[in-house]
Write a protein that binds this ligand. Structure first.
Ligand SMILES: [Zn+2]
Ligand SMILES: [Zn+2]
Length: 325
């Protein structure tokens, strides 16, 4: 549908009879008159929210996404409560009932003002914290107002500032988003590509790594993020893989090998599977099952055959050679 430079389809074309695009049309229903007003950000939120199974759920978003319509639709149509910052040009008239940002700035730090719509169950709150922030929620408003500690530039110390409940909730939960951004910026996977979606892919992987690290730390493992990433790299590249021999002891000559074994050998699928073939010291000295002349107490615990391992000038590693094709 989007191939070549034709025309960009109208948003509603995705649901059209002839132009239906199942990837989007199946994902979210077209509630044209309602959802057309929520903008791209809102549509993304709704598409993502369709995957939420457990309800009631609460979602948090910043002002790129939030609008009165979205907050309302989420609550009424999807049973999802929300809280987020909102741009003042999206207030649909309720800015008339609130002081302007300029008026708010003149008030003392921590003061707030709110408008509540009981019919649509929405609350919009303005709060003055050096900068004026506006928030919207379908489940919480200013009350109860608490106090928080904030650094005061003029007094050069921490002071108590009044803080509406909606702000407390927002900071508590959006803090996670800021933290995620911060951690990703520390060690970002460099992934410059013309294929734009690879950037999203690497972002997702970085997020997974950071979340894994946070869980690891929660378990009491104190490790730096950088070291964690190295460990992860080592683990993923080496575990379940065979380290191919560097400086491996040379195999013995063909004439010294046993070619027609008398006693039983493990089948090749076991012998060469590179799992759990560990040496153990036996009580008896037995003949090596790889070379013709060696005698040893060392045997493989999996194959249960004796194999010699000789160090020194005449070094010989029958144990390894027996298990390598
Ligand atoms: Zn041997
Ligand atoms: Zn073995």
């Amino acid at each position: 549908m989007l191939m070549g430079i034709v025309h960009m389809p109208a948003y509603t074309d995705y649901w059209g009879k002839r132009t239906r695009y199942p990837l989007i049309a199946d994902l979210m229903p077209l509630k044209r008159d309602k959802e057309a007003s929520i903008g791209l950000g809102g549509k993304v939120v709704i598409a993502l929210c369709q995957t939420i199974r457990q309800k009631p759920a609460i979602i948090y978003a910043d002002n790129f996404f939030m609008s009165l319509e979205l907050t309302h639709i989420l609550r009424e149509e999807y049973g999802i409560l929300s809280l987020g910052t909102i741009r003042t040009n999206r207030l649909r008239g309720c800015q008339e009932l609130l002081p302007t940002d300029q008026q708010m700035k003149k008030k003392k730090r921590g003061s707030s003002a709110q408008v509540v719509c009981n019919k649509n169950k929405l609350a919009v709150v303005k709060w003055n914290d050096n900068k004026v922030v506006t928030l919207i929620s379908s489940y919480i408003d200013s009350h109860p107002i608490e106090t928080i500690k904030r650094y005061d530039k003029d007094e050069k110390k921490k002071v108590h500032v009044e803080c509406p409940q909606i702000v407390k909730h927002y900071n508590k939960h959006m803090g996670g988003v800021d933290l995620a951004d911060m951690l990703i910026s520390l060690y970002r996977t460099p992934f410059k590509s013309h294929r734009w979606y690879l950037g999203i892919f690497s972002q997702l992987i970085d997020m997974c790594i950071n979340n894994a690290w946070l869980l690891h730390k929660r378990d009491g493992k104190n490790i730096m993020l950088k070291d964690f990433r190295f460990q992860l790299f080592e683990g993923l590249t080496k575990s379940n893989k065979i380290v191919k021999g560097i400086n491996a002891t040379e195999d013995i000559g063909e004439d010294l090998k046993i070619h027609k074994p008398v006693s039983v050998r493990p089948t090749d699928s076991v012998r060469f599977d590179d799992k759990g073939h560990l040496p153990e010291a036996g009580d008896e000295t037995m003949r090596c099952k790889y070379c013709k002349s060696g005698r040893t107490t060392v045997f493989c615990i999996k194959c249960n055959v004796h194999l010699c391992f000789v160090v020194g000038k005449q070094k010989r590693n029958c144990f390894r050679n027996f298990h390598t094709k």
